[in-house]
Design a protein around this ligand. Structure first.
Ligand SMILES: Cc1ncc(COP(=O)(O)O)c(C=O)c1O
Length: 388
């Protein structure tokens, strides 16, 4: 039997992430001591009160059934968190929807809203699922370049009129992976104006909402007047509270979009394990001090790494937010050549910028998921490599 992927799935590529993983495993098997700064999975534990909540509820025999969606208290706790942290009032019944991680929600949103041939504006470089979700739905991604000279914000005035008219959605992601930039209030207001003028839904991925440095805070898109008419915002517990493996997140904003997603999910999902939902609630209600500690940890790692790289001869600026450093490759290297050769010779694993889109060529992404001494060790190995 000749088994073929559907045409939409055939458009997906396995990508450089798999190649990186294979090369890393081969080098490890050969005895090389690797320092992996490629994947954005937090290396430190969640707060104790979050783990205790999982353990307590997991020990009860009655908590193993389907939850069929959010437990009754969850949406209210998200709404209280949004009001408290971003000054955004949300109706818990209509404007909050629990997700099995923001990745899963982002992957399915296009399926729920996009018809074959619809255009979706996506950031380039951008987190891969934005474009992949559009391909799965049979839509057409249109890449908005994020360039350093414009603060890694898309130039909405550069989008051709006929594209803006045909576009159904626009994906934004600030604080941004991989470019580690913040969006300011003026840009978010411009985005809402643009969306209203062109009848486009904004999908803002706010996964890194709390990892913002130097005393700054990220602005929620939903705080912009009129945003709820044209936008939804995704958020996650994975990076803020170090529970990436628990798979829990949510989306908030436009009630009609949430209703459509909820209808689709009622057929595809039976809800998240009860102890995980209780742990997520505890994180929302008691997580303030932990968030402050997280920010201090990543800011200190950011400083340790960028200072060490700059001292080693690779001039690297300090990002304003996220758990990533996004920097130009040294001496004009192509991203992929640099990353693979560096890995073969030093065991330090980075991600080539080109893995996030054509505009990422000439950059690399470095993830701050190792203790400071490991980051300094990585910088020293890179320094040695650059001298050869
Ligand atoms: C921009 C962005 N969105 C979403 C996700 C996935 O988040 P979750 O664990 O909530 O699915 C990630 C994970 O790296 C990410 O970088």
């Amino acid at each position: 039997m000749n088994i073929m992927a559907s045409q939409n799935i055939q458009r997906l590529e396995m990508g450089v992430f798999n190649e990186l993983l294979e090369a890393k495993r081969r080098l490890e098997r050969g005895g090389m001591e690797m320092i992996d700064l490629s994947i954005g999975s937090p290396d430190t534990p969640p707060p104790d009160f979050v783990k205790e909540e999982i353990i307590r509820h997991a020990s009860s025999d009655t908590n193993y059934g389907y939850t069929m969606g959010a437990i009754p208290t969850f949406n209210g706790k998200v709404a209280a968190f949004y009001e408290d942290r971003y000054g955004v009032p949300l109706n818990p019944r209509a404007e909050v929807l629990q997700l099995i991680g923001s990745q899963d929600g982002l992957a399915h949103l296009a399926t729920a809203l996009v018809d074959p041939g619809d255009i979706v504006l996506v950031p380039d470089p951008g987190y891969p699922i934005f474009e992949v979700g559009v391909h799965i739905a049979g839509g057409e991604p249109w890449r908005m370049p994020l360039r350093e000279e414009f603060g890694f914000l898309p130039r909405l005035d550069h989008i051709p009129k006929e594209i803006a008219e045909r576009a159904k959605m626009m994906v934004l992601n600030y604080p941004a992976n991989p470019v580690a930039a913040l969006a300011d209030q003026a840009f978010l207001e411009e985005a809402v104006r643009f969306a209203r003028q062109n009848d486009i839904l904004i999908v803002q991925d706010f996964t890194y909402s709390e990892l913002v440095f130097d005393g700054q805070r990220a602005v929620s898109l939903l705080s912009v007047p009129g945003a709820k008419e044209v936008a939804v915002e995704f958020n996650s517990f994975s990076k803020t509270f170090n529970i990436a493996g628990c798979r829990v997140g949510y989306m908030a904003g436009n009630a009609e979009v949430l209703r459509i997603m909820a209808t689709m999910m009622s057929h595809t999902q039976y809800g998240i394990f009860y102890p995980i939902q209780k742990a997520a609630e505890a994180a929302l209600t008691k997580g303030g001090d932990f968030i402050r500690k997280q920010v201090a940890l990543y800011q200190s790692r950011r400083d340790a790494l960028t200072d060490a790289l700059t001292n080693a001869g690779w001039n690297t600026a300090k990002p304003a937010a996220t758990m990533y450093v996004w920097t130009r490759t040294p001496k004009g290297w192509l991203s992929s050549d640099f990353v693979f050769q560096l890995m073969e010779e030093t065991g330090v694993v980075l991600t080539p910028g080109s893995a996030f889109g054509a505009e990422g060529e000439g950059f690399v992404r470095i993830t701050l998921v190792q203790p400071e001494e490991k980051l300094r060790e990585a910088a020293a190995r890179i320094g040695g490599f650059l001298k050869t």
